[in-house]
Design a binder for this molecule. Structure first.
Ligand SMILES: NC(=O)c1ccc[n+]([C@@H]2O[C@H](COP(=O)([O-])OP(=O)(O)OC[C@H]3O[C@@H](n4cnc5c(N)ncnc54)[C@H](O)[C@@H]3O)[C@@H](O)[C@H]2O)c1
Length: 321
């Protein structure tokens, strides 16, 4: 297939491009390099089945012709990362809402299937034991800037779903829970690469809040397996599907595990949320995915544990330092 990947130079996008090319597809990636890097695609530059276009999904003159040429679109381009969203709320909202509108509008012209990547952030502060796709969203005020990412991703889902039910556009929506692995940048507040980087340098590991909040992490290689399984199955059309690993660990436990597994001498320091993100910042205590639906539809389950994630991330960091 001829496939377009928006955000293809990003963390998850670059792994997806590699996988698609390895599977025999011809892939074009569009990226504006805001958080992505051309160097993420080094393994593909010499491939005749791959092209990287620098441009924004907000520019329809670039995006529409690329979608016209494609037989399938994976839409990953987005403004991501809590720091990024809180510091650049307007640009983030525009990218995440208007950008998705542009993708869906152009795809509808040519009836090109769209795979939309949403986020567990849509569940907001819902701290249920196991978040199912149909569960309620619990959000703070729209002017608590953190929630604007959740709002934008939810609007993206509603838009894609409306194209599916009203216009029969083939859409698939996934909600990624925390995904980690090589190429992920800590600079945007992503906790695992940030902790691993500090641990490898024996520098203090900074925990925001008291560290009792829990998180679940999935290895990006498992996530790519899930994406591929969902993208090319017929029983996933028009569905919203969680992708994540349901093993839960506290942030304190995570820091401790990273220190142990990297043989680090790092100490742990605590910084209040307000100091890190500004006044009125809200975080969720936990967010655990229910992964029954994906298992039932395509038989996927995560295979790699947290130790594999820490090993792979530290190996990459050691290589590039
Ligand atoms: N990594 C996670 O844990 C996670 C969790 C939930 C959802 N997601 C979603 O997965 C997708 C990929 O995220 P990621 O973690 O790889 O982050 P990333 O920042 O590495 O990837 C996003 C990519 O989009 C590009 N981009 C941003 N604005 C653009 C624009 N206007 N035009 C073209 N390209 C643009 C960036 O340069 C970057 O390469 C995003 O949609 C994100 O919301 C990721």
């Amino acid at each position: 297939m001829r496939i377009l990947v928006t955000g293809g130079a990003g963390f998850i996008g670059s792994h997806l491009c590699e996988r698609l090319v390895n599977d025999g597809h011809t892939v074009t990636a569009i990226d504006n390099f805001s958080t992505g890097r051309a160097s993420n695609l080094t393994n593909l530059v010499s491939s005749s089945s791959f092209a990287l276009i620098e441009g924004s999904i907000l520019d329809s003159t670039i995006l529409s012709p690329l979608i016209k040429e494609a037989e399938y679109v994976f839409h990953l381009a987005a403004a991501v990362g809590v720091f990024n969203i809180v510091n650049n709320p307007l640009a983030s909202l525009l990218t995440n809402i208007r950008g998705t509108e542009n993708v869906l509008e152009a795809a509808y012209e040519t009836k090109t299937p769209v795979f939309l990547t949403s986020s567990s952030e849509v569940y907001g502060k819902n701290i249920s034991d196991s978040l199912k796709e149909s569960d309620d969203r619990i959000l703070g005020s729209p002017v608590t800037l953190r929630w604007s990412y959740s709002e934008a991703k939810a609007i993206d889902e509603s838009l894609a779903y409306a194209y599916f039910v009203e216009k029969q556009l083939e859409t698939r929506i996934v909600r990624f829970f925390n995904t980690v692995g090589p190429r992920q940048l800590g600079a945007y507040g992503m906790v695992v690469p940030r902790f691993v980087k500090s641990a490898l340098a024996n520098e203090p590991i900074t925990i925001y809040g008291d560290g009792n909040q829990t998180r679940c992490f999935a290895h990006v290689y498992d996530v790519i397996d899930a994406v591929i399984a969902i993208a090319f199955a017929d029983n996933t059309i028009g569905k919203v599907i969680n992708i994540g690993n349901d093993f839960e660990i506290s942030i304190n436990g995570l820091a401790q595990k990273i220190i142990t597994e990297t043989n680090s001498k790092s100490e742990i320091v605590y910084v209040p949320y307000e100091e890190a993100y500004g006044d009125g910042f809200e975080d969720m205590e936990r967010r655990v995915p229910n992964i029954e639906l994906i298992n039932q539809l395509v038989g996927w389950k995560p295979k790699r544990d947290l130790s594999a994630m820490i090993t792979d991330i530290s190996a990459e960091m050691k290589k590039s330092s």
